[in-house]
Design a protein around this ligand. Sequence first.
Ligand code: HSE
Length: 432
Amino acid sequence: MGVKLGILGLGTVGTGTVQLLQDHAFRHPLLQEIEIYRVGVRSLDKPRTVTLPESVLTTDLEAIVTDPKIDIVVEVMGGLEPARSLILKAIQNGKHVVTANKAAISRFGHEIFTAANQAGVYVMLEAAVGGGIPVIQPLKQALSVNRIQSVTGIVNGTTNYILTRMQTEGSNFSDVLADAQRLGYAEADPTADVDGLDAADKIAILASLAFDGRIKLEDVYCEGIRQVSKTDIAYAEKLGFVIKLLAIAKRTTLSSPSLPPISVRVHPTLVPKAHPLASIHGVNNAIFIEGEPIGQVMLYGPGAGAGATASAVSSDILNLVAALKTSTTAPNPLLTCRHQDYCQIVPMAELVTRFYARFLTKDQPGVIGKLGTCFGSHGVSLESIVQTGFQGELAEIVVVTHDVQEGDFRQALTEIHTLTAVDSIPSLLRVL
Ligand code: HSE
């Protein structure tokens, strides 16, 4: 046997990975050189769906990351601690690391990759974003010859499932969420998914790779889907859009190719029906990348699940096995993290985007004119303005703008709020 693995965690991802590695017929022949040497678990007594020799299982995770015989540590336990400390200790002990832990990488990536570069080891994270979809390796390798302009992803399956059902059934968010929880598509505590936090972790990682700089997670603007209403989904549909939770990292200028200012954000977005991301339904994920000279590329597939994630984890292991087999001691620059500086993040007030807004107003002459005047005086140009219905006594007016600076748009809204004819602004969404 060649390369010895220490796996931390035998949950869904760990079990899927062990199953894939044990059943290696008709897969890449290098997989035969891998030995599952230790697997760290919380309890030795828990029934398992994989068979491993008793001597392989241990509850002593520290002993795995310090074991001199182990070449690669595979961290698939999740959570922030002790995952972070174990990854760092594995690195200090000269082990390469494979992790699926987007939360730990997006928060502690600077610490982990600095330590890895100093120790001359690799940290691989294909499974951290997009489940089974190869996106990390393409961004680090095949696509890295391009100047990336934007990365736009549907990177959270739970929210895409909820929005898809709200759209197809005309249901409310809370009803679909409750049903998704009953069916096991959403967690009992859905916060990380529905409030956009999981997608924020993932776009921070993708932005860092696409734009070659570190990202502070607190700089990622994050808005979830709790406020998305069936009314807005229906209006969006009429206007030719679907509503998706998008994670977007976008270069804001083409003038400085190194560390350009970028916007990094997660928010529900009206996506034109003709855009490839509009057709991503259910729990699936997709990442749409625009670069020069390649143009547009979309990577699509299962964003979660044992088999999909095991595919991503195992591909990282395979890369490391190949690296370990080559004789050179110099690090492979396509596998290392090569940036130390932080990306410059554009404040949301300076973001240039289209907006959709829904107003409830008194049904009286001149209201649309007053809205148009307020927008116009702040330099906000309107693409469409329609009064399509009523909510009780109040008229419902829906506006879609041309590209505007977010700060200007919000100033216009502040003025609109003061109009006596305006009752409320129930929704405000960005448009792709
Ligand atoms: N909770 C994530 C999702 C899956 O709903 O997509 C793991 O990244």
